[in-house]
Design a protein around this ligand. Structure first.
Ligand code: FCB
Length: 466
């Protein structure tokens, strides 16, 4: 009898697990890797919790065989990882690091030998420091450098990669990295970060062109889209929601999926809507058709209108759009402090499909929860809250599919506990527990649950086909 907590997904739906290079690889200065902005940022005092860095992380660089064996044990169809740009091109452009190429050759071959299909993200936030030293995403030259890196990766690995993701969550790269400074490179340039946002999109468009030219199989991008609720029905709160939707979602979805800049942006950041960084032809480049859209989802947010402060142009420190975030969700929260609201996930997916009639197929490229996991004396890790989170959110995906949204697959964030950016190592998202002293891996109960779900799904699909 199958476990009643298993959500039922349609035949052909695919399951995976995800990671990112800087969060797991370690080996930050091994075999010719150049530094990225996350090396610099994490080594700057006060930037990450407890001064945590990705120097060693999960040491996946040396233990990738063990990690692929864990994936095989899990029974996933696909594994989403990212490439470290500065491991392949230590300066961002120019000389190629052969040992970097060799590492990803080994990893991809190991995955294919285990029957697991690779989905590869080119940019999961780790810009080569050499490019940041020349201005980073503030300048178009970085988008052009990204295209060169994409061409290199496609030529070398395209025979083995099923699905390419150009960027992961450009919202975070641009706004958390260049406006708020909570992430690398730690810049606090407020609305100036709109230039970074645009150049990330241009970089995406140029990379798509390179991937297509190299005959890549499936090409897409991953966005963290937010389901944004209003604190009240008051007109000022409803317009705060619209401003937040522009900032969080439409900066990305409008040019990518509708070939236009966000309609309401002039109201969102007066004066900067027609940034000089925009050039004729950019929208066509950015809006080139995609094979899929990757969506990362963790939690909804609620916003209300806040007194609007015109930023002081001499001290451009905040990205103030006159919005304040509230948390009225009377539900359980994960250790990240995020409310658990699976219904918001179905709502987000349905809303997206309604807004964009030509929406490409969707892949959920991240979803998961951080919990206070501990290893029991018998070596087990009991994480019922994570199982509950995953079951609820997969059921929400099934609901969205039943309502007509074309969702093809789902990757749990994450295979392993890992370096959770500015939050260091305290937040554990893995299906597999990592002891950071010994680097021992221990599958949690959720790992066994997910394996059971995948097995049950396959058995049901095969039976139906008979
Ligand atoms: C996402 C990131 C991913 C991970 C999760 C928790 O924003 O893409 O690397 O940190 O959040």
């Amino acid at each position: 009898m199958t476990d009643p907590t298993f959500p039922v997904l349609p035949a052909g739906f695919r399951f995976g697990a995800a990671t990112a290079a800087y969060q797991i690889e370690g080996a930050h200065d091994r075999d010719g890797r150049g530094p990225s902005i996350w090396d610099t940022f994490s080594h700057t005092p006060g930037r990450t919790l407890g001064g945590a860095t990705g120097d060693t992380a999960c040491d996946h660089y040396h233990r990738y065989r063990e990690d692929v064996a864990l994936l095989r044990g899990l029974g996933v169809d696909s594994y989403r990882c990212s490439l470290s740009w500065s491991r392949l091109l230590p300066q961002g452009t120019g000389p190629v690091n052969r040992e970097g190429l060799a590492f990803y050759d080994r990893l991809l071959d190991e995955l294919l030998a285990a029957g697991i299909s690779p989905a590869v993200t080119l940019y999961h936030w780790d810009l080569p420091q050499a490019l940041e030293d020349r201005g980073g995403w503030r300048f178009r030259a970085t988008a052009e450098a990204f295209a060169g890196y994409a061409a290199l990766a496609a030529a070398r690995f395209g025979d083995r990669v099923e699905r390419w993701i150009t960027l992961n969550e450009p919202f975070c790269s641009a706004f958390v990295g260049y406006a708020e400074g909570r992430h690398a490179p730690g810049a606090r340039e407020g609305r100036g970060a709109l230039a970074a946002a645009h150049h990330l999109l241009v970089g995406h468009g140029l990379a798509v062109r390179e991937l297509r030219a190299a005959g890549a199989r499936e090409v897409g991008i991953t966005l963290n889209l937010d389901q944004i609720d209003a604190a009240s029905r008051l007109p000022e709160d409803l317009s705060a929601v619209r401003r937040a939707e522009v900032l969080h979602n439409e900066v990305w979805t409008e040019p990518l999926l509708a070939g236009r800049y966000p309609v309401l942006e002039a109201q969102t950041w007066s004066g900067l809507a027609d940034g000089p960084w925009r050039r004729p032809g950019d929208l066509e480049l950015i809006g080139a058709p995609l094979d899929f859209l990757g969506v990362n989802f963790y939690r909804p947010i609620t916003v209300a209108a806040a007194p609007h402060k015109e930023p002081d142009p001499r001290r451009r420190t905040a990205m103030d759009i006159g919005v304040t975030e509230l948390d009225p969700y009377g539900t359980r929260h994960t250790t990240m402090g995020w409310p658990v609201v699976p219904a918001a996930f179905a709502e987000l997916l349905c809303g997206l499909a309604a807004r964009y009639p030509d929406l490409p197929p969707v892949w959920i490229t991240e979803n998961g929860s951080a919990e206070a996991d501990t290893v029991s004396p018998d070596g087990a890790v009991h994480d019922p809250d994570r199982i509950d989170y995953l079951a609820g959110h997969l059921a929400a995906v099934a609901e969205a599919i039943a309502a007509g949204v074309d969702v093809r697959g789902y990757y749990v964030w994450s295979l392993l506990d890992n370096f959770e950016w500015a939050r260091g190592y305290e937040q554990r998202f893995g299906l597999v527990h990592v002891d950071y002293d010994t680097l021992t891996r221990a599958p949690k109960d959720s790992y066994h649950w997910y394996r059971g779900l995948i097995t049950a799904h396959r058995a049901r699909t095969e039976e139906a086909a008979r």
